[in-house]
Write a protein that binds this ligand. Structure first.
Ligand SMILES: Cc1cc2nc3c(=O)[nH]c(=O)nc-3n(C[C@H](O)[C@H](O)[C@H](O)COP(=O)(O)OP(=O)(O)OC[C@H]3O[C@@H](n4cnc5c(N)ncnc54)[C@H](O)[C@@H]3O)c2cc1C
Length: 436
């Protein structure tokens, strides 16, 4: 008998138990359910319309195909989503990719996005929702492999869920990851975040998003559904004292003081000011025997880059693609399940690790280094460099491809710029009387 009073060799009643029914968990449930898996989707919050509040909800272009594959794009557009491009302010000017190559993201408030996706998950055949249940302990077999999870409902009653695969989709600070004891890479974050929704006072070029790279501070305007704009800032912690007494007033003052400032004072704040002071970067090993982590549970990266929503959806899809067939094969597929998990880890590393390293290097709040200044300056002068920076920011290409695409053009663009600025002298011509 194990700690829950059940025989350890009980047949698992689920192919997968997923802890967390936000973006990553709900997406994984949809994909696995569609492939015929029996899935338990566990969420600690009881309200099916619950949503993540502290999020500026910009889905990068790289995340949009995952939304399409879930079949949610039309419903999101019908709910008022906008399809923005990105404009980036730097001290050299604005970086704006040419329209023919500009990446198109997606903006819809999490208040609308999360319930749509959770609804789709709960309606998928084979998916059993357990809302209002919190994961408390992991079950393991004699070899230490995870074989399920014990959850507790709001009345304090426990339920044992045995599964061939346990999936931690429980976000930043993942309890599943810490219960499993998977190795973590933790790196500091040197900024804090405040943001709020405003009606009116939209930035120029709305619905395009505007981001100010103030070196080292950061600010953004994300126009979204219902004519709202999410104004946000992430200064370094050196500015924290300015925000202590009245974060709302400090946010408005910070945005109104930006170069080429958007007209935030013409808008009206229509929701509470949301803040986050600790955004430590945590990267977990994404698999262990019988266990996989997806979304922020695997990689809680710097939110400054607006990548977590897309990566939550993409990592769910990568995992489902790697394990759906072994799960469908039943217990005979256990060896293949281990192979599938290894395949997921490879895909996850290939997709995210390079980005994660660049992001954690910048997350401390340091100033730009010379090569970064060189590329950003060139991106304000050359459409090709701007397109490469835009594709990298949208996570359509990794750091190596960005360097390969941007640097040669940046050298040429900056050289042209320097030449054009060189003082021009009239060519020397001997005067008629010279030498006489
Ligand atoms: C300030 C800020 C701004 C951001 N802005 C953006 C942005 O513009 N664009 C972008 O792409 N990303 C942004 N992000 C990141 C984004 O919010 C996350 O990356 C994304 O929500 C991750 O999704 P997830 O499903 O992995 O986790 P989460 O959305 O965090 O969901 C985890 C779920 O697990 C549940 N849960 C937790 N513990 C348990 C338990 N023990 N038992 C059962 N359920 C549990 C929670 O209730 C929750 O529903 C931002 C983040 C921050 C902090």
């Amino acid at each position: 008998m194990d700690a829950t009073g059940q025989r350890p060799n009980d047949a698992p009643e689920f192919d997968a138990v997923i802890v967390g029914a936000s973006l990553a968990g709900s997406a994984a449930a949809v994909h696995l359910g569609r492939e015929g898996a029996r899935v338990a989707l566990v969420e600690q919050r009881p309200d099916p319309r619950a949503y993540k509040r502290v999020c500026s909800h910009y889905v990068q272009a790289s995340g949009v195909p995952a939304i399409e594959r879930l079949g949610l794009l039309d419903a999101m557009m019908a709910a008022g989503a906008v399809r923005p491009h990105f404009r980036i302010w730097t001290r050299w000017g604005w970086i704006v990719a040419p329209p023919e190559s500009a990446q198109t993201g997606l903006n819809l408030r999490r208040e609308l996005f999360d319930p749509l996706l959770r609804e789709a998950a709960l309606a998928t055949p084979g998916v059993e929702g357990l809302l209002g249940h919190s994961a408390e302990r992991l079950l393991r077999d004699d070899a230490g492999r995870v074989i399920g999870v014990v959850v507790r409902d709001r009345a304090g009653d426990e339920l044992t869920l045995r599964a061939r695969l346990t999936i931690g989709a429980d976000g930043r600070g993942s309890r599943v990851a810490s219960l499993a004891g998977v190795p973590a890479r933790v790196t500091p974050h040197g900024r804090f975040a405040y943001g709020a929704y405003f009606k009116g006072g939209a930035p120029a070029h709305a619905p395009d998003a505007s981001v100010w790279m103030l070196d080292p501070h950061w600010a953004a305007a994300f126009p979204t559904d219902s004519g709202l704009t999410f104004y946000a800032c992430m200064p370094t912690k050196a500015r924290l004292a300015d925000f202590r007494s009245d974060p709302g007033a400090a946010l408005v003052a910070f945005i109104a003081d930006l170069p080429d400032a958007p007209p935030i004072r013409e808008g009206r704040r229509v929701a509470p000011v949301l803040g986050k002071l600790d955004m430590t970067n945590v990267e977990h090993e994404p698999i262990a025997p019988g266990l996989a982590l997806i979304g922020d549970a695997a990689l809680a990266a710097d939110p400054l880059w607006g990548i977590g929503c897309g990566w939550a959806l993409q990592s769910a899809e990568w995992l489902a693609d790697a394990v759906a067939a072994p799960l469908a094969a039943g217990p005979a597929g256990d060896q293949a399940l281990a192979t599938g998990l290894a395949r997921y880890r490879r895909r996850w590393r290939r997709g995210l690790r390079g980005h994660a390293r660049v992001m954690e290097d910048l997350a401390g709040g340091r100033r730009w280094r010379a090569p970064e200044r060189f590329v950003f300056a060139a991106a304000t002068r050359d459409a090709g460099v701007a397109a490469a920076v835009d594709a990298f920011g949208a996570r359509m290409i990794g750091p190596n491809r960005m360097v390969a695409a941007a640097v040669p053009r940046a050298v040429a663009a900056n050289a042209r710029h320097a030449l054009a600025r060189r003082p021009r002298f009239a060519p020397y011509r001997a005067s008629a009387g010279a030498g006489t």
